[in-house]
Design a protein around this ligand. Structure first.
Ligand SMILES: O=C(O)c1cccc(C(=O)CC[C@H]2O[C@@H](n3cnc4c(=O)[nH]cnc43)[C@H](O)[C@@H]2O)c1
Length: 248
């Protein structure tokens, strides 16, 4: 089974239309949609926006199921100089927890530099970056590249940054790029990646660009366009990838 997590229902409407059958079950405090998509068994969950919702949703899921992979989807903002525009695609090479640290007169100090582990699993994890599963990423890249070309969209692969306070100024966006080398920003990905690491479940993240990260101007945002391209590309991936081995 492949688990798909998005923040809100609008980010999975197309996926749910194609899900057959579409059985609705409880998963902790949330609804879980179970069915098949292109011969892949899929469990689909809406976490709600932000890291707390995302961590709680994926924890409830992984306490009940042992999926072969967890894929995060939805919208993201494109950082300056990423080459990405609204309607493009981003596949995360890694996820970065960008808020956890201390802002000092000398700049931001992350938890690793402070000496606090964010995760104790097989020893302390002294970093706040979580890699996408290399095998999933290698399989997904060509399939999503093809989907992007068909849709006339660009695809970029690189670090995605997870924040609680979104960057609503050009200055904040540039500072975040300088600090993280990220190509885009979201509010859930790193939380899901951290919990996947804890449960040793492969993690992948594919998002559609809904906005540039810049001086806040909602007239330039297009959340439906970001959600649509991400779902189209995710469907192309599910259609083309090998069904995962069922775990015992
Ligand atoms: O009203 C605003 O200025 C505003 C700023 C950032 C995010 C929002 C949302 O409504 C969050 C939507 C949802 O989509 C992801 N997302 C999309 N663009 C961004 C972004 O530039 N920075 C952070 N997250 C973004 C996020 O994962 C949320 O789930 C509104």
């Amino acid at each position: 089974m492949i688990a798909i997590i998005a923040a809100v229902a609008a980010e999975t409407a197309l996926l749910r239309q194609s899900l057959s059958p579409c059985e609705v079950r409880r998963c902790g405090a949330r609804e879980l949609f179970l069915g098949s998509l292109f011969d892949q068994k899929v469990a689909l969950l809406h976490s709600g926006i932000g890291k707390i919702n995302a961590a709680s949703a994926v924890t409830a899921l992984l306490e009940t199921f042992k999926p072969e992979a967890v894929i995060v989807t939805g919208c993201a903002g494109a950082y300056p100089d990423s080459g990405l525009e609204v309607g493009d695609l981003v596949l995360a090479s890694e996820e970065i927890l960008a808020d956890e640290g201390v802002l000092t007169p000398q700049g931001f100090i992350d938890f690793a530099a402070l000496g606090f582990p964010l995760l104790e699993h097989g020893g302390p994890l002294m970093e706040q970056r979580f890699l996408a599963d290399p095998q999933l990423l290698a399989e997904a890249l060509p399939l999503i590249e093809t989907a992007a070309i068909k849709a006339g969209a660009r695809l970029a692969t690189g670090p995605l940054v997870t924040v609680s306070t979104c960057s609503g100024t050009d200055q904040a966006a540039r500072a975040m790029v300088q600090r993280t080398a990220g190509i885009g920003e979201n509010m859930e990905g790193a939380a899901v990646a951290q919990i996947c690491r804890l449960y040793e479940v492969p993690f992948l993240e594919l998002r559609g660009i809904s906005n540039r990260v810049e001086n806040r101007n909602l007239e330039r945002w297009d959340l439906p366009a970001g959600a649509k391209i991400a779902q189209r590309a995710l469907m192309a991936y599910l259609k083309g990838c090998h069904p995962p081995q069922e775990s015992a």
